[in-house]
Design a protein around this ligand. Structure first.
Ligand code: CTP
Length: 499
């Protein structure tokens, strides 16, 4: 998903600079164009040649290098960037960015760019905890920068503390998430379930299944990367926690039902990729079952678990998976899943095939909707399958009447949609926030309540001289979409033309 994107990667003088090389390599492997800018002190730790070899692109090390294609126009990289990532970021660079100092190519680029900026701090624990650094980070957050990390762990000084450069997977996840803002699921809330539930026999043993959780995690990440707010309700898996997703950990089918009920109170779609156990022991033994007591044979009495998909109620889109080993896969998916569970879409897959189903990275599914339309997909990665399912989710959500949103959600959505258009946040006040677009317009979003107690938001636009250009009332997702498309976007396009 990062292919065709231009990522400007800023490397600063931290001992973690060598991990920046790994990051540059991983980003290049995704198909992104990676333009590296190194600060003077970064070059004391690692050489530009390393980055040049890994990215296949020249590395910018100075504003005054006449041979560089970028130094002539010192903000060229700021303009081509889809995202700027400063990783690792030292306390010094963070202070410069927070203070608007532009005395080297990296700080110039960050100050000049309209693209989102991600900062991954790495430093000594005392430097990180110092209130000056904390204030600087708070300033960056208030201006719409995304901060990822640092983590707690062993530092270069040998001490333990918070300051350790965050895991690269987290940076990669954050980049995908930030670039996905304003995608076709922007403003939507999606609940995804994953993994196989475990039903306790005693404190040590359980009844489980072979689900790895890979399909559900891929679904959750794909939805995130298309702009959705995602809650992932997951049974135990061996997978790392995804970034930018609210994760709820559960173990049993009963717990899954509870968590899904809670998560779907405000949601547009529920996608049940979890393998939920259909039966659980009638009662779990409180102590470990001993052979000497149980004897040569042990019988377990099993009872049905709740059927999460059919029992959780609400006005949201429902997507199920039908995992079968039978030849009547499609028939079962149609009758049992779509009809009995009242689903909008079902993804049927034959889990007996070696390349689809449990614990592999690929899947082969057939999508069947309520109207009986069938779409047989070829063998794909689970991530590709997830995107195909989400294509249908977007289409089906478009046909559905929008659900009611809380004013807080509406407010958040206004913010996200404006951010995606390149509006930089400047600060917030109670019940509202404001941002500016290229210093020409100020946009203010406010939460309001009318005399009858109906809550809504307003977006008002002012010119740089503070002259008022009008206010638009946002009562739901649809009016928000209209205001963004018919009112805000044309003004931004007009402004781009003038430049
Ligand atoms: N599911 C659920 N709650 C359950 C069992 C299944 O919500 N207790 C969901 C699964 O997450 C999946 C769909 O229902 O999206 C179908 O699950 P599957 O196990 O394939 O089928 P079942 O409905 O359990 O049918 P069967 O009797 O064939 O097991």
């Amino acid at each position: 998903m990062l292919s065709n994107k231009t990522i400007v990667l800023g490397i600063t003088g931290s001992i973690a600079a060598y991990k920046g090389a790994d990051l540059a390599s991983k980003l290049t492997q995704t198909g992104a164009r990676v333009e590296v800018i190194m600060t003077e002190s970064a070059m004391k730790f690692i050489t530009p040649l390393t980055f040049r070899s890994l990215t296949g692109r020249p590395v910018v090390t100075s504003m005054w290098d006449l041979a560089s294609e970028f130094s002539v126009q010192h903000v060229a990289l700021a303009e081509v960037a889809d995202v700027v990532v400063v990783a690792p970021a030292t306390a010094n660079t963070i202070a410069k960015l927070a203070g608007g100092i532009a005395d080297d190519m990296l700080s110039c680029t960050v100050l000049a760019t309209k693209a989102p900026v991600i900062v991954a701090p790495a430093m000594n624990v005392n430097m990180f905890e110092n209130s000056i650094t904390q204030d600087n980070l708070a300033k960056l957050i208030a201006r719409g920068f995304t901060i990822v990390g640092p983590e707690y762990g062993r530092l270069a000084s040998g001490k333990m503390g918070r300051g350790r450069f965050v895991e690269l997977e987290k940076i990669l996840g954050t980049i995908s998430q930030v670039l996905g803002r304003g995608g076709d699921l922007a403003g939507k809330r999606i609940v995804v379930t994953a993994g196989g539930t475990r039903e306790a026999i005693d404190p040590v043993r359980f009844i489980g299944n072979r689900s790895s959780g890979k399909m559900g995690y891929a679904m959750a990440e794909a939805a995130r990367d298309r702009g959705a707010k995602v809650t992932l309700v997951t049974a135990p898996t061996a997978l790392p926690e995804p970034v930018g997703i609210e994760v709820v950990y559960i173990t049993s089918a009963v717990q899954m039902k509870e968590a899904v009920t809670k998560a779907t109170v405000q949601c547009d779609a529920l996608i049940m990729a979890a393998a939920v156990a259909d039966y659980q022991p009638k009662s779990a033994a409180s102590g470990k079952i001993k052979k000497a007591v149980a004897g040569p044979e042990l019988s377990l009495e099993l009872v049905r678990t709740p059927d999460v998909l059919s029992e959780v109620k609400g006005n949201f889109l429902r997507v199920g998976f039908a995992a079968e080993t039978s030849e009547n896969l499609i028939e079962h998916a149609r009758k049992d899943e779509l009809e009995r569970k009242q689903l909008d879409l079902v993804a049927a897959n034959d889990i007996s095939a070696p390349d689809s189903g449990f614990d592999v990275d690929t899947n082969r599914v057939t999508l069947i909707d309520k109207q009986g339309n069938m779409q047989e997909l070829p063998l794909m990665t689970k991530r590709e399958v997830a995107d195909k399912i989400l294509d249908r989710v977007v289409e089906l959500l478009g046909k559905k009447s929008p659900r009611e949103m809380t004013v807080e959600e509406l407010y958040d959505n206004c913010k996200e949609r404006l951010k995606a258009l390149g509006v930089r946040l400047r600060g917030s006040n109670i019940g509202g926030f404001y941002g500016y677009y290229k210093k020409k317009y100020t946009l203010r979003v406010t939460q309001m309540e009318d005399a009858l107690g109906n809550q809504y938001c307003t977006i008002d636009v002012r010119k740089a001289d503070d002259s008022w250009m009008g206010e638009k009332k946002i009562t739901d997702e649809q009016t928000l979409g209209k205001v963004i498309n018919n009112y805000i976007k044309p003004r931004i396009v007009e402004l781009e033309k003038q430049h």
